[in-house]
Ligand binder design. Structure first.
Ligand code: UGA
Length: 431
């Protein structure tokens, strides 16, 4: 099929590329001409495992192309996906101006029937507004349908998630659009769920909020484990073995960050409020998450007494492993907090340093994980990169002034660490 994706950010680029990979002919539109040129040359602005190779392959096969012209996109694609940012506003509500602008632009160049699909995470009832906008701005009485098709990919495993989805949600108010969308997704061999427009939009916010709730729940349980001497890893295993609960997203640590959960939670709280429901449960999820960082710093102070004038090495800046994304990263907050307390911080991340240098130039960076440990009074593991597990921890220990590690992601196995460094009292301190 001929498909168009408007917006070549995370979701747009990965979606477009995977559609091309399964055989569709895809036009990706972005209003940033510099980015379009880079993508045409096979230069990917983000780090996402497997993506670059797929983009190059599909560009070469002429199944994937990039343009800055929305008119070209709408002409080329029988289905037009909107995948533009929906950033938060200061009051927690969602800024839908990019979605509105794209809807207007599509309307102005619409000449034949098109299915217009919202892929961005948007508040319930946005699809209705998109349809209204298109009706208002279209130049001809052309037929069209608006569909909600939320995306559930995770950064760091985006290609795999998109190629093997648990489910595909199609929210539409008419059979014609549903038939077209089923054809789009046929090559993915995944369960397709058809709902009305509003329900599909809600599924996305409700899912992300539930996952964030799971994380805050296990972090609250971790606090009880810590106070009682129980092992949070074992407790999570025991809970997760129950199929009704599941082990995923029960990894206790510094809490969630990134460009989705924090934003989607405050949006969902705000949406509910506007609809007359006070979602206090989600407010508590946010509070527990914010507390995690404070609890962690408290723990550091309880062991190190004062942080002022201490040299602290930090492993991890990205908001999670396998990504270069540092947006709303708890790791960035920790670095700043430690610096505010007078500690000298040096940080390393396998992929996140370039973006950190641009956006947070005050955080000192080193190019090698072992350099982080040099003469350090303590190390902080702030991101769950698997690479950190595989470091030569004996070498790290020999480089440090005092061999103290605060593992904010429960990544290291405390017993293994203790075995490596026999005379160490607080090798790994769990948050
Ligand atoms: C999340 C959802 O998982 C995706 O399904 C959704 O499509 C996406 O948001 C989105 O709305 O676009 P993502 O933000 O990429 O994906 O990352 P996650 O893997 O969900 O992790 C989010 C945060 O939770 C990270 O900071 C991670 O460190 C933290 N986390 C995750 C935990 O602290 N514990 C866990 O057990 C799992």
């Amino acid at each position: 099929m001929k498909l168009t994706i408007v917006g070549s950010g995370y979701v747009g680029l990965v979606t477009g590329t995977c559609f091309a990979e399964v055989g569709h002919h895809v036009t990706c539109v972005d209003n940033d001409e510099k980015k379009v040129k880079q993508l045409q040359d096979g230069i990917i602005p983000i780090y996402e495992p497997g993506l670059e190779a797929l983009v190059r392959k599909n560009v070469q096969l002429e199944r994937l192309k990039f343009t800055a012209s929305i008119e070209e996109g709408v002409r080329n694609g029988e289905v037009v996906f909107i995948a533009v940012p929906t950033p938060p506003q200061p009051d927690g509500s969602v800024d839908l101006s990019y979605v509105e602008k794209v809807a207007r632009s599509i309307a102005e160049v619409l000449t034949d029937y098109r299915v217009i699909v919202d892929k961005s995470t948007v508040p319930v009832k946005t699809g209705e507004k998109v349809a209204e906008t298109i009706r208002r701005y279209r130049k001809n009485e052309v037929d069209f349908d608006v569909v909600s098709n939320p995306e559930f990919l995770r950064e760091g495993s985006a290609v795999a998630d998109l190629m093997n989805p648990d489910r595909i949600v199609i929210g539409a108010n008419g059979d014609r659009a549903v038939a077209v969308m089923k054809e789009v997704y046929e090559p993915f061999n995944a369960p397709i769920m058809v709902t009305d427009l509003n329900s599909a939009e809600l599924i996305k916010h409700a899912s992300n909020s539930f996952l964030a709730l799971k994380i805050s729940y296990i972090n609250a349980v971790a606090a009880i484990c810590e106070a009682s001497g129980a092992d949070i890893g074992k407790v999570a295993d025991g809970m997760g073995a129950d199929k009704r609960i599941g082990r995923e997203f029960l990894h206790a640590g510094l809490g969630y960050g990134g460009s989705c959960f924090p934003k989607d939670l405050s949006a969902f709280i705000r949406i509910s409020e506007d609809l007359g429901y006070e979602f206090n449960l989600l407010k508590e999820v946010e509070r527990i998450n914010a507390d995690q960082l404070e609890r962690f710093l408290k723990k550091m102070r309880s062991v190190m007494w004062v942080l002022r004038e201490k040299k602290i090495g930090q492993l991890g800046l990205a908001f999670k492993g396998n990504t270069d994304d540092i947006r709303s990263s708890v790791a960035i907050s920790i670095a700043h907090k430690m610096m505010e307390e007078g500690a000298t911080v040096r940080a390393y991340d396998p992929k996140g340093m370039e973006k950190c240098a641009v956006h947070y130039p005050k955080i000192p960076l080193v190019q090698d994980p072992y350099e982080v440990a040099q003469d350090a009074d303590a190390l902080v593991v702030a991101t769950e990169w698997k690479d950190f597990k595989e470091l030569d921890w004996l070498r790290i220990k020999s480089l440090m002034r005092t061999p103290l590690v605060f593992d904010g992601r429960n990544l290291l196995v405390p017993d293994e660490m203790k075995n490596l460094a026999l005379n160490i009292t607080a090798w790994v301190v769990r948050p």
